[in-house]
Design a protein around this ligand. Structure first.
Ligand SMILES: [Zn+2]
Length: 167
């Protein structure tokens, strides 16, 4: 890295932000307040895949356990990353992915990561909210239907009332 060049290093999961200038590290935002919304290995895999496609550099590890990344061309040395899968260790080294020591394509690796770390179950709270919305919509509808029903019955009853008969 050229002297005086400041590089922003961040964590994609907890939003920690550091500014690095040579060996000087300034922590701009501590982060740590946000956990990934998915299993941690899936979040790590996203970073691995982006790094293997040259979108970013892995330059460190965050206190939250996720990698710290910098833009490509930041001039920082890139660090290897690894994930333990049932098939072996998935590693990223200098932008190359390997599984158990043999090269693996990003798509194959993604399938294996997704199989090993399934997404979290659906949000029950969101389901309950959708359910209560349905009830909120249903109640006025039923009320309206019953009011219309009463009016129809009332008008039908009028037809047979004594005062409406011809004189
Ligand atoms: Zn973090």
């Amino acid at each position: 890295m050229s002297a005086g060049q400041t590089v922003e290093v961040r964590c994609r999961s907890c939003h920690r932000l550091e500014r690095r200038d040579g060996s000087r590290v300034e922590v701009v935002a501590e982060g740590g307040g946000r956990a990934p919304s998915e299993p941690a290995p899936r979040a790590t895999w996203r970073v691995m895949r982006a790094a293997s496609e040259g979108e970013l550099l892995v330059v460190g590890s965050c206190p939250c356990g996720q990698p710290l990344v910098a833009p490509p061309g930041a001039g920082l040395p890139s660090l290897p990353l690894s994930l333990q899968l049932p098939e072996g260790e998935l590693t990223l080294r200098d932008g190359d992915l390997a599984l158990g020591g043999s090269p693996v394509s990003p798509d194959d690796a993604q399938r294996k990561v997704e199989a090993a770390f399934p997404p979290p179950p659906p949000d029950r709270l969101a389901d309950a909210f959708a359910g209560s919305l349905m009830v909120l919509i249903l109640v006025p509808t039923l009320f309206w239907v019953s009011v219309v029903g009463f009016v129809v019955i009332f008008l039908t009853g009028l037809g047979s009332a004594p005062f409406s008969e011809p004189p």
